[in-house]
Design a protein around this ligand. Structure first.
Ligand code: PLP
Ligand code: COI
Length: 355
């Protein structure tokens, strides 16, 4: 399939790189491709960024048949445009599609389209430390019908946003609230998919946590509400006595690409890692015993985000004395170094976009 390109005639002014926030600015172009049952994916196109026209009965607006991805493009010191493990995002998007009854797409073709879009808007890739161009591919069900069933029509869209740190804290530790009542996902549910509805269902708990001064929620398992799963937009690691523990992936946790990369890096440094069930009780006990050395979340948007305070019921603990932990800092430096082409890439994670 050939990707058609229509360039904007009214390019926007670029935002100030020191004040990007997260996902507030959008570039000049976007990618769209349609799906029609019986015809497959068709009409791939890069067009000026702008509103979508939709019928009010459009399926996604009612039953939330929507999935998305989050990736970043970086500018290396030599001026190259780099992506980090993008094939992993494409594979995960197809797994999310499968769970939400959305048809599969050709991953190689979608990645090619994403690369082309990034090259069209490459002047939007910010270069200030801690910034990147965030890529948001998403797929939505587009039938105009109120019957509850999988759509026959879809749109695959990619938009781009120059971003800074996800949390206003930047690399400073964030406060996380252990959610005792609401759950994010259950066994057999949609937790492992990057489905829009997972995020809609999380907003109330997040709002409640924020009202108490916390940034995000740490979700517990949906059955016993005892075991740690993940944070709103990040997977989590706890350093107990020098062993880096992260919850194992069932079908209720999002299999993060940063999580996978962190595990690979730690293993390459001969730092012990384990993926297993970890109760919040065990974390608080480890803290009481002086064995909880550091905790951090990790994700594309958040990169490595140290957890400085954990609140649970009527207790709260401070981790790492308000500072980023040694391993968290090393991971942050290494991952961002590899992503931005400033450090060697021994794992072959980085893909150069040539245009
Ligand atoms: N968990 C959730 C719920 C997320 O939204 C994200 C962000 O994508 C992650 C974990 C981290 O995944 P990744 O490292 O692939 O960005
Ligand atoms: C990401 O890290 O890419 C995410 O999708 C997290 C969040 C912005 C939903």
């Amino acid at each position: 399939m050939k990707i058609s390109v229509v360039k904007t005639t009214t390019p926007k002014a670029k935002p100030d790189q020191s004040n990007l926030g997260f996902g507030q600015f959008f570039t000049d172009h976007m990618f769209i491709m349609d799906y029609t049952e019986g015809k497959g994916w068709h009409d791939p196109r890069i067009v000026p960024y702008g509103p979508l026209e939709m019928d009010p009965s459009c399926a996604v607006l009612h039953y939330g048949q929507a999935v998305f991805e989050g990736m970043k493009a970086y500018r290396s010191p030599e001026g190259k445009v780099l992506l980090f493990r993008p094939e992993q995002n494409m594979a995960r998007l197809n797994r999310s599609n499968a769970r939400m009854s959305i048809p599969q797409f050709d991953e190689e073709f979608a990645l090619k389209a994403i690369k082309e879009l990034v090259m069209v808007d490459q002047d939007w890739i910010p270069t200030a430390p801690g910034t990147a161009l965030y890529l948001r591919p998403f797929v939505i069900g587009c039938d105009n019908v109120l019957g509850v069933r999988a759509s026959y029509k879809y749109k695959f869209i990619v938009i781009l946003s120059p971003v800074g740190a996800y949390y206003k804290e930047g690399l400073n530790p964030v406060s996380i609230w252990v959610e005792p009542h609401y759950v994010r996902a259950v066994r057999g549910g949609t937790g492992y998919a990057k489905a829009a509805g997972n995020y809609a269902g999380s907003l109330l708990a997040q709002k409640n946590a924020q009202a108490q001064g916390y940034s995000q929620v740490l979700w517990l398992d949906g059955l016993e509400r005892k075991y740690v799963e993940e944070v709103g937009a990040m997977n989590v690691f706890f350093n107990i006595d020098g062993e880096l523990i992260t919850p194992d992936l069932g079908d209720s946790v999002l299999p993060g690409i940063t999580r996978k990369s962190v595990l690979q890096l730690l293993q390459s440094w001969n730092i012990p890692t384990v993926e297993r069930r970890l109760s919040v009780e065990e974390i608080f006990q480890a803290h009481a015993d002086g064995r909880l050395r550091e905790a951090f979340g990790c994700g594309t948007a958040a990169v490595i985000s140290p957890i400085g305070k954990l609140g649970w019921a009527d207790k709260s603990i401070e981790i790492g004395g308000g500072k980023i932990g040694e391993i968290s800092q090393r991971l942050y430096d290494t991952i961002t170094g590899i992503q931005t082409g400033k450090l060697d890439d021994p794992f072959g994670w980085v893909v150069e976009v040539e245009g």
